[in-house]
Design a protein around this ligand. Structure first.
Ligand code: ATP
Length: 341
């Protein structure tokens, strides 16, 4: 049997059953939540006396790129494996492409593409042969050339899988997950260990999936990746969803005060600043002033007006807003200094 990414699923795919397909189509026709690619309600997974997943709700729309973030041990893999049908839930309702994964069959599975963190495509085969092999498991696979082009491996199609670099291997993994033309793709930390340029290449591939209208469920530890790719993000910590939203609005990021930062010349102190700024200002250990501002335009106007009047240059003046990482660290309780910019 071929190795991952389909290692866990190929044998079940080969036992494709028309009855299962019909039952799945019937479920899709009658359930309004089938409009969603993924719908989860009150999902629990208990190991012994510990809740790895403690009652989570998630909705992922079709065509969406959804990022699932959380610290180590938060419950991501457990949740994803339940969505993929590889693990049973303790309780809760789960629908993936309109079907409960716990009772889904080969026809449903063939609508998923799964890219695991570790994979071992047939090392003796060339890139093209790997894809041809996997294509054989599907009734209506995508064309091998089209798939190779999508992941930018067309010029490597005659190379043996074993000789590919880590980044190229990962692209082959994505190609193998795409060859069945799936509707929903699970990407588990797709760029871990990549250099910055390989990461950007991988992002272009994932953007390509968006353009094809695929739904992508992505786990990642890179905030920049989530920000760059995701339409929506959910953060899980200790088995609970602590925030869901777009990259811009997650955890009220858009409503957080900004910080206007600058260094005062040596002969000036905070008490010299206009009162409205002074009241919202603090100085850090390096002597840099930070003014917490909910009205950035007006506060900058007041500050620059004062500086010009005093004939002062504020060389390192900058406005800083909360980054996705700031929000993530605050929400997952790892931000030791309070989490404000
Ligand atoms: P990481 O980012 O490190 O991959 P994760 O968010 O994917 O972490 P999970 O692998 O889902 O976390 O694990 C959630 C919790 O469940 C952890 O405390 C883990 O130790 C526990 N756990 C996972 N699988 C099992 C298992 N088979 N038996 C017992 N406990 C488990």
């Amino acid at each position: 049997m071929p190795g991952a990414p389909f290692g866990r699923s190929v044998s079940t795919m080969l036992t494709n059953s028309l009855q299962v397909a019909a039952a799945e189509r019937a479920a899709t026709d009658t359930d309004p939540r089938a409009e969603l690619a993924i719908s989860v309600r009150e999902l629990h997974k208990r190991y012994g006396d510990r809740d790895a997943v403690a009652g989570i709700d998630l909705d992922v729309a079709r065509g969406e790129i959804f990022a699932f973030l959380g610290p180590n041990g938060a419950g991501k893999t457990t949740t994803v494996e339940i969505l993929e049908g590889f693990r049973d839930a303790t309780s809760g309702q789960v629908q993936v492409l309109g079907v409960d994964p716990a009772h889904a069959g080969a026809a449903w599975r063939s609508r998923l593409g799964i890219v695991l963190q570790e994979s071992a495509p047939e090392p003796g085969l060339t890139v093209r042969e790997c894809l041809q092999l996997y294509a054989g498991y599907y009734q209506a696979p995508k064309s091998v050339d089209e798939t190779l082009e999508l992941v930018d491996l067309l010029d490597r199609s005659q190379e043996r899988a074993a000789t590919l670099s880590g980044g190229q291997r990962r692209r082959l993994d994505v190609a193998l997950a795409l060859i069945g033309d799936p509707e929903l793709i699970f990407l588990d930390e797709p760029t871990t260990g990549f250099d910055p340029s390989a990461r950007r290449d991988a992002w272009a591939v994932i953007d390509g999936l968006r353009a094809l209208g695929k739904t992508v469920f992505l786990t990642t530890h890179y905030m920049e990746e989530a920000e760059r790719l995701a339409d929506r993000i959910a953060i899980i910590a200790d088995g609970r969803i602590v925030a869901q939203g777009t990259p811009k609005t997650l955890g009220d990021r858009d409503r957080e005060a900004a910080a206007i930062k600058f260094t005062l010349p040596g002969d000036r102190t905070l008490s010299d600043l206009p009162e409205a700024l002074r009241l919202a200002a603090s100085v850090d250990r390096s002597g840099r002033v930070s003014v917490s501002s909910s009205h950035v335009t007006a506060d900058l106007h007041a500050l620059s007006g004062w500086a010009l009047e005093q004939k002062l240059e504020l060389d390192d003046l900058e406005v800083r807003r909360a980054t996705l990482e700031d929000v993530y660290l605050r929400l997952t309780h790892y931000h030791e200094d309070g989490g404000r910019p």
